[in-house]
Design a protein around this ligand. Structure first.
Ligand code: PLP
Length: 453
């Protein structure tokens, strides 16, 4: 434990012993997942062929705290955790703001993002159950690389379906996955019947996360001793990520600060959920008065323009339906550089909290995000992931509002990963060639629960 002018460190024994499950503290249960066949609440038994058993139990658990198994605790130390919380003094000075800005830095592990926090938990429970093969999808490759590293750690084989557009344009993370021993396929692939069908219809199909999920699920259910893993959206994934927020609570205690605003980016909602849900639990109990701000891409405005309804998690409609803010499972990903922000839906927990007004959300274009990321890199040194750039845009705007109104707010954000494999996007931005995409046409989900009944 300790702090210097810049960073607040914890000891390894300060890693939280439990994950925090917000489901125990929500004002009402979130609506259950529906069976895609019957459109009735799904029987969890049916999910056992898709996910490791312990993960299915965690998905529906109402226990407030779930103990982190020793093997996962050791893996967190190995990554390493705890991660530092930084005070962004140089950024504050540059902005001449009275606000105090802190950020949690999740880019320190070898995969470079928050995603190993759940990848190691998921790989562990599968290994413990005797599963040998994991399948998953990945967009730009952050999740696929985190899972590949975790699979190597626990001695499992990983098969990763990577969105074709990224597979061709961003070989860096594919090479990382292969180096860690995973098999990586360009999706739509020739490995699944769904992928083959799409390839026949259009050999140049650029793929999407929704398509890659369908392939990874099909692969899991058609092979022995194989289970599927998902890097975001689901309740158990957000729960595993709460090591982030619980560490931040301890770190802010060391400097005797309470957050006024908690900010993060939302792709599927896992890094922001993990960062802010421990604080949200306190807010729901009246013990904390803070604002919660989620930032998304204007090209994929799932929470600012999406519908709150039941929708499929994938394009092939193999997954259960989740009640979430969504742009529709047929949504075609625009080619923004923040690969992690391209998913059509949003975690049911985050969707619920936004819908009920406990959380705000804002959408930014990628040039606005890269403007902010560049200021951040020049003041704090870290080149952030394009995803994280979106919340840095909000943080800088908020710091300016504090200056205008002479308010000394404590702004805390989750810097979810580094952008060192996204330098081609920075190169485009630096040369003035980065384009914006405005989402104009949505393929809103056709299945709304009320209609389905
Ligand atoms: C995947 C990813 C995201 C978005 O996913 P969430 O589940 O919303 O956290 C954000 N930042 C980074 C660095 C990522 O790798």
């Amino acid at each position: 434990m300790g702090s210097n002018d810049r960073a607040i460190f914890l000891d390894q024994d300060d890693i939280p012993r439990n994950w925090y499950n917000i489901q125990a503290d929500l004002p009402e249960p979130i609506p259950p997942p529906l069976d895609p066949g019957t459109l009735q609440p799904i029987n969890p038994e049916k999910l056992l062929r898709v996910f490791a058993k312990e993960l299915v139990l965690q998905e529906v658990s109402q226990e407030r705290y779930v103990k982190i198994p020793d093997e996962v605790y050791d893996a967190y130390k190995w990554l390493p955790r705890p991660t530092p919380l930084y005070r962004a003094r140089k950024l504050e000075e540059y902005l001449k703001t009275p606000a105090r800005i802190y950020y949690k830095w999740e880019g320190v592990n070898p995969a470079g993002s928050h995603k190993p926090n759940t990848a190691f938990a998921q790989a562990y429970y599968n290994a413990k159950q005797g599963i040998e093969n994991l399948t998953t999808e990945t967009g730009a490759g952050q999740w696929g690389s985190a899972l590949s590293m975790a699979a190597a750690y626990f001695g499992l084989h990983a098969r990763v379906y990577m969105v074709s557009a990224s597979y061709n344009q961003k070989p860096g993370r594919r090479v990382m996955m292969e180096t860690w021993g995973a098999k990586c396929f360009s999706s739509p692939s020739d490995q699944t019947s769904y992928g083959k069908k799409l390839q026949e219809e259009d050999p140049n199909n650029p793929g999407s996360l929704g398509i890659a999920i369908s392939e990874a699920v099909e692969d899991a259910v058609t092979h022995d001793n194989t289970r599927y893993t998902l890097g975001s959206v689901l309740n158990h994934v957000l729960m595993h990520q709460t090591v982030i927020g619980q560490e931040v609570e301890k770190q802010l205690d060391i400097v005797d600060k309470k957050p006024d605003v908690l900010v993060g980016n939302i792709g599927g909602g896992s890094n922001f959920g993990g960062f802010c849900l421990p604080f949200m639990g306190k807010k729901l109990k009246g013990k904390l008065d803070a604002r919660f701000v989620a930032c998304e891409s204007a090209a994929v405005p799932h929470t600012t323009k999406g519908k709150y309804t039941y929708d499929y998690g994938d394009t092939g409609h193999l997954t259960p339906l989740l009640k979430m803010l969504t742009l529709g499972s047929e949504f075609r990903n625009p080619p923004i550089h923040a690969g992690g922000l391209r998913y059509h839906g949003m975690a049911p927990i985050i969707s619920y909290l936004i819908q009920k007004g406990y959380m705000e959300s804002y959408a930014y274009s990628q040039t606005a995000a890269f403007d902010a990321a560049t200021i951040f890199a020049r003041t704090e040194g870290i080149i952030p992931a394009p995803e994280s750039a979106h919340e840095i845009r909000y943080v800088i705007d908020e710091a300016f509002r504090c200056k205008r109104d002479n308010k000394s707010e404590v702004i805390v954000f989750n810097n979810s990963g580094h952008g060192l494999l996204d330098l081609s996007a920075y190169e485009l931005y630096n040369s003035g060639k980065l384009e914006d995409f405005e989402a104009t046409e949505f393929n809103y989900p056709t299945i709304v629960r009320e209609e389905a009944r």
